[in-house]
Design a protein around this ligand. Sequence first.
Ligand SMILES: Nc1ncnc2c1ncn2[C@@H]1O[C@H](COP(=O)(O)OP(=O)(O)O)[C@@H](O)[C@H]1O
Ligand SMILES: [Mg+2]
Length: 300
Amino acid sequence: MLHEAEEKEEETVKGTKEAILEVIERPGDNRTEGGREGIGTRALENKMELIGLGLSYGDRKVLEDINMPIPARSITAVIGPSGCGKSSLLRCLNRMNELVDGARVEGKVLLDGEDVYANGFDVVGLRRRVGMVFQKPNPFPKSIYENVAYGPRLYGVKQRKVLDRIVEESLRRAALWDEVKDKLGSSALSLSGGQQQRLCIARVLAVQPEVILLDEPCSALDPISTQRIEDLLHELKELYTIVIVTHNMQQAARVSDFTGFITIDEQGSPGRLVEFGETREVFTNPKEKKTEDYITGRFG
Ligand SMILES: Nc1ncnc2c1ncn2[C@@H]1O[C@H](COP(=O)(O)OP(=O)(O)O)[C@@H](O)[C@H]1O
Ligand SMILES: [Mg+2]
């Protein structure tokens, strides 16, 4: 079922180096207040950290020895060719791979310094703290209101007044309120794709997550909806830690503060982290030849 959430054929959006540089160099675009120097001056703490993370599906190893920080209140992009394990890695962060038969994880995933795979770790709480948005918008076939109220209800909020407030605030944060405030009772499925995706973000926000994982959240959206989501992510990172998987280089360059590049050496071998660093560095001055080849479109 999860696997089916995967991939329509991966479109080729490899940018030329020039296109990416243009994005990176454009002033005032990249993220932190006060420009890109902001990253260095903000106190950086790691909200999450992957330590020696490995993942197998049955006999097949798909991720090996991934070591990577996820800095707090920043956007971290995970890039790499189709099949390198990006979605799998994301699912390791909130233990969603456990829903896949035969999946086995090695290593550690720290959340505020605690291993989420440790015995006794509260998995339900984990999925609330680390929320997920998928490639294809997947609202429930219920009203807009009920989509957002669903999580809080599940976690025990009953009072209508409180739910109303959560619904409004979540929709506001997801930059959707103005478009839907007069039709909260309408079916979520009547919304456009871009609105549905923002509704899915609102649904995650409604349970007060600390980390938001997004798996190619814009790949089913048009350019204008994509831009709205990118703007929204920029606002949300003030409050949340965000990890976004994308195979769109320009998107990674535009929205993220940090980038991790994963690749596989040959078909069937596990994905490995080739390079992690500040997005600007990774795109303009990569340490590894493999990274450079990938972002300039020579392979993948
Ligand atoms: N549920 C699953 N069961 C078995 N193999 C899977 C499953 N999901 C993904 N895979 C395999 O794991 C590898 C990594 O897949 P995935 O994480 O979807 O990569 P990406 O998101 O980078 O395209 C691929 O070879 C894929 O076929
Ligand atoms: Mg994927």
